[in-house]
Design a protein around this ligand. Structure first.
Ligand SMILES: [Zn+2]
Length: 209
């Protein structure tokens, strides 16, 4: 790729990330662009300062709705990586797909999505070790985030819980008012043994009939 084409690609990635509400520091770290170059792309007030959190503590204290959304993003991302797309491309595509699932008020900001990527990959953007992996629920077959080193889902499957609670939980109903989220959760899913082409389909039901 020529220098000009590479420059255009990097600027395009930066614009997409800023469009997702990324912090300026996050875009600098991922693209290698300077803060001054970022500020030329977007007015200062439209892009928050700083960068993504390095700790994953927020996930461990998150409620069910946030965990479901985190897994929606992570599964999209992991599928891209299994299809051998590079990290930044996988991140941007997965976040766009995640937004198309959850609408205009996502629980997982772009910066937190980057945080998830760091802890799924390890050894990237200043995060040394992996904290997360993707596993399949043996019951509903949904893929979701798990802690590295644990084969089974700690605390149970979030999608099984989601389906069980949804009917009686007004907050979940308000949070996921459309059909798109759980249907997308059941889209093409991949096994975690690295075997591409082996797909399962989750039996997560749509909460709205
Ligand atoms: Zn399940």
């Amino acid at each position: 790729m020529s220098c000009i084409a590479e420059r255009v690609r990097v600027l395009g990635n930066a614009e997409r990330m800023l469009g997702f509400g990324a912090r300026r520091g996050t875009v600098c770290t991922i693209t290698g662009l300077s803060l001054k170059e970022i500020q030329q792309l977007v007015p200062r007030k439209e892009a928050p300062a700083g960068r993504w959190p390095s700790s994953i503590d927020w996930y461990h204290t998150a409620n069910l709705a946030k965990r479901v959304e985190a897994s929606l993003f992570a599964v999209h991302y992991w599928r891209n990586r299994r299809n051998e797309f590079e990290i930044v491309e996988s991140l941007i595509d997965a976040y766009g797909r995640y937004l198309s699932c959850v609408g205009s008020q996502p629980s997982i900001s772009f910066d937190r999505a980057v945080n998830l990527v760091c802890h799924l990959e390890g050894n990237v953007w200043g995060v040394r070790n992996r904290s997360f992996d993707i596993a399949v629920c043996p019951q509903c077959k949904s893929q979701q985030l798990i802690q590295v080193g644990y084969e089974r889902l700690i605390g149970g499957c979030i999608f099984c819980k989601f389906v069980q609670r949804y009917v009686a939980d007004a907050r979940l109903q308000a949070h996921f008012p459309t059909r798109s989220m759980p249907e997308d959760a059941g889209q093409t899913l991949w096994t975690t043994d690295g075997t591409q082409g082996v797909e399962t389909r989750a039996n997560v039901e749509s909460p709205q009939k």
